[in-house]
Write a protein that binds this ligand. Structure first.
Ligand code: GLC
Ligand code: CA
Length: 540
């Protein structure tokens, strides 16, 4: 019974820049989050994960950290962070913060020092500096491409090159250096002491590298983008998933477990599939890892069914709680991934309802509860370093939330002076007037009320808790599974059957009472692009 909270939690991901702006400068901030925590508690989530709010030049919107133990002035102060954590705890919300160990910002004092120091010096050894190849060292040390596009190495004035798997402003740390290891122990301790309940570890599969050329089959482009690589079947990944990372996570887990309460860490680790992910969630390592296979599955019953099966099979032996995620700040919103217009919204809600019936924990991304679509921003608004390289940016899922009102900024920014309306850092589409929290609040068939109802029902049936999922035979295009013996007390236990119709025609439903549906109330067969939860007679 008494499981640690994270095993079944629904966590809500906050992208602080775009959540709520308390001081009218067009950028979201910590006070804005604190002001809206009651909204999140009422939505029915158990935890929040806040993307980086630390001191940073904001070249990758905070994933380029210059001081891990302070708050960037655009987001507020350390006192604001303390206040946020305290208020969240008052509302029984757990707080997960982001930790970025693979790289720092080039503005981090360590990198400033390293650049100015001699080749071979201790300051350089905190990063990955190497001489180049070729007669005059004019060729980079390996053929790697950065995830954001372009070479993964940049040459500095004295001729040495440094490695950056992401932007050139995000130099990779050298995790063989004990000083780096020690520094992160201090950083974890700093935030644990401040009361955070967990860490989301950025690029957890990246810390150690095997410095040699990547080999890709003829005809395929070199890339360090793990998601793309695995999708294309490229298996040689000397920059990712090297086994050295696990020793680090074992030490972190010990540290985290030595604090009171159930603290946790969740890995952002891109691996070819659930089987490889399993290494990260061994009993003495991460408590969880994001299950990106679920997010990457297309709108297909076969794909969804396979991911459910392979996830549970892979994680079973390690007893790690599975996780489920459909959207985050790096990918096209699932509301826009499954097609166009209203059909895509129906599909997104159906996928969400299916996800919320699966055991383990689920991660929601801010705005999905409003059914926000991806926004296609004109190039002049694109800020993401990924877009500069022509790979298409991630700004479209990061447009500030619409809270209320009839025109931008839709309550996102508190405007202190009516004569000086503030525009949010990215423009919000005028059509979002119908998608604001205020517009959907109390409206029976709105996406917001659907999320509230689904989260409440998930809690009532304790669907996160039990690991038992029985995949059922279903017609082509249909996903169906049974959750045996779910629900509160022993005498109210019941079986729940979940049916998701990704097919082309309506599908008959098993007998039982429909307790949740993703779209219109269901009478008779389940229409396409819809999902239901049904209380079914128990099987002996
Ligand atoms: C992770 C983050 C992403 C960031 C990258 C580099 O993938 O989710 O937003 O750009 O790491 O830190
Ligand atoms: Ca602000």
């Amino acid at each position: 019974m008494d499981q640690p909270w994270w095993r079944e939690a629904v966590a809500y991901q906050i992208y602080p820049r775009s959540f709520a702006d308390s001081n009218g400068d067009g950028l979201g901030d910590l006070q804005g989050i604190t002001d809206h925590l009651d909204y999140l508690a009422a939505l029915g989530v158990d935890a929040i994960w806040i993307c980086p709010f630390y001191t940073s030049p904001q070249n990758d919107h905070g994933y380029d950290v210059a001081d891990y133990c302070d708050v960037d002035p655009i987001f507020g102060t350390l006192a604001d962070a303390d206040h946020l954590i305290a208020r969240a705890h008052e509302l029984a919300l757990k707080v997960i913060v982001d930790l970025v160990p693979n790289h720092t910002s080039s503005a981090h004092p360590w990198f400033v020092e390293a650049r100015a120091a001699e080749p071979g010096s201790p300051a350089r050894d905190r990063y990955i500096f190497r001489d180049g190849r070729g007669e005059n060292g004019e060729e980079p040390p390996t053929n790697w491409r950065s995830v954001f596009g372009g070479p993964a190495w940049t040459r500095i004035e004295d001729g040495q090159w440094y490695l950056h798997l992401f932007d050139h402003d995000q130099p990779d740390l050298n995790w063989h250096n004990p000083e780096v290891v020690e520094e992160f122990t201090k950083i974890l301790t700093f935030w644990l002491d401040r009361g955070v309940d967990g860490f989301r570890v950025d690029i957890a599969h990246g810390l150690f590298k095997e410095l040699r050329d990547q080999v890709v089959p003829e005809g395929l482009a070199l890339t360090s983008d793990a998601a793309v690589m695995y999708e294309r079947g490229v298996t040689d990944a000397p920059m990712w998933d090297n086994l050295g990372v696990h020793e680090i996570y074992r030490a972190w887990r010990k540290l985290i477990d030595s604090f009171d309460g159930d603290r946790m860490m969740v890995a952002e680790a891109w691996t070819p599939g659930p089987a490889e992910l399993r290494r990260y969630v061994r009993a003495d390592e991460f408590n969880q890892a994001f299950n990106f296979s679920w997010l990457q599955a297309p709108w297909s019953a076969e794909a969804f069914t396979n991911v459910i099966g392979s996830t549970l099979q892979a994680l079973g032996p390690s007893r790690a709680a599975p996780t489920w995620v459909l959207s985050n700040h790096d990918v096209v919103r699932h509301r826009s991934r499954y097609g166009d217009g209203l059909q895509a919204l129906h599909r997104a809600r159906a996928a969400t309802l299916t996800m919320l019936a699966l055991p383990g924990s689920a991660y929601l991304y801010q705005g999905e509860e409003l059914g926000l679509p991806q926004v296609y921003l004109p190039p002049e608004y694109q800020e993401d370093p990924w877009s500069e390289t022509g790979e298409g940016g991630r700004d479209g899922c990061r447009v500030p939330l619409p809270w209320s009102g009839f025109e931008p900024p839709f309550g996102f920014s508190e405007v202190p002076d009516e004569d000086l309306p503030t525009q949010p850092w990215l423009p919000q589409p005028a059509e979002w007037v119908d998608l604001t929290v205020a517009a959907q609040n109390g409206v029976r068939d709105s996406t917001l009320e659907f999320y509230r109802a689904a989260l409440a029902a998930r809690r009532a049936f304790a669907l996160g808790a039990d690991e038992d999922v029985e995949l059922l035979d279903a017609p082509e295009g249909v996903v169906s599974f049974r959750r045996g013996g779910v629900g509160g007390s022993p005498d109210t236990r019941t079986d729940l059957i979940v049916v998701l119709n990704c097919g082309m025609e309506p599908t008959p439903l098993p007998e039982g009472e429909i307790v949740m549906y993703s779209g219109d109330p269901v009478v008779g067969d389940l229409p396409t692009d819809a999902a239901v939860w049904i209380i079914a007679p128990a099987v002996e």
